[in-house]
Design a protein around this ligand. Sequence first.
Ligand SMILES: NC(=O)c1ccc[n+]([C@@H]2O[C@H](COP(=O)([O-])OP(=O)(O)OC[C@H]3O[C@@H](n4cnc5c(N)ncnc54)[C@H](O)[C@@H]3O)[C@@H](O)[C@H]2O)c1
Length: 256
Amino acid sequence: MANSYQPLLGKSALVTGAGGGIGKATVLKLAEAGADILMCDKKTDSLQGLADEVKSKGRKAVWAGTDMGVMEDVNRLVEKAKADFGVVDILVNCAAVSPFFGPMLQHDEKLWDKIMSVNLKGPYFLSLGIAKLSIDNKKPCNIINVASAGGMRPDPMLAIYAVSKAGMIHMTRMMATELGPFGIRCNSISPSFIRTRFSQPIWGVPEILDMAVKQIPLGRIGEPDEVAKVVVFLASDESSYVNCENIVVTGGMYAG
Ligand SMILES: NC(=O)c1ccc[n+]([C@@H]2O[C@H](COP(=O)([O-])OP(=O)(O)OC[C@H]3O[C@@H](n4cnc5c(N)ncnc54)[C@H](O)[C@@H]3O)[C@@H](O)[C@H]2O)c1
């Protein structure tokens, strides 16, 4: 059944990492709010099914196989967005990798390049490509970056990932500052412990989950749509004067 509250009706949205937990929840919440969706992921197996789900909500849906760590793919995605939608009203940078859990003394350059290219370089240049489209068409876009609480304070055993997310939070501030004069808003969301494949090593092991939950005032980990709801808020005019912010979605973890 159609959602009666559709603040994004007539808008187009591009979501990276759409095959993942938060990405999928974001695609569905944006579609329920009225947006047409271009979704992409490196793994494409679930995207046709997700596109069909979006279409069943009465919205347009297209998808692309995109490796955010490969600049040719990123540039091709901008071209596809232009061909499909003309401009993108809402960009959600959600794709990320964290392939290694362990001490920084074991890191090598290959790991650094992999994580930084997917988590920071790809989103940086995708955002600029989408921003240029919007400036050329005089139709301001809205950029939302899914960062991490790990980018705000030391996150042991995840050093490169945490540095990439700290970079994303500051990239958000830089873009909000330089692109704000064009009417482009840019904000980030920093979650922690959301129940997805990404965090399965935490919630999948009862003893580790128990330790994690003890640090969370709400006494539970978060669900993907609890991040997606914040994306919809930032994407809509309900947040029309919110720019250059980092919204923390942690159930109160790290408070104080
Ligand atoms: N789950 C959490 O607890 C948590 C906490 C903080 C931040 N985050 C952030 O949330 C975002 C979404 O993660 P999630 O929890 O949904 O994890 P997820 O693993 O379910 O989804 C990540 C998605 O990114 C895709 N991806 C990976 N490499 C890619 C590449 N090179 N190009 C394109 N797509 C690629 C994956 O295929 C996957 O579909 C990430 O940016 C992550 O850093 C998650």
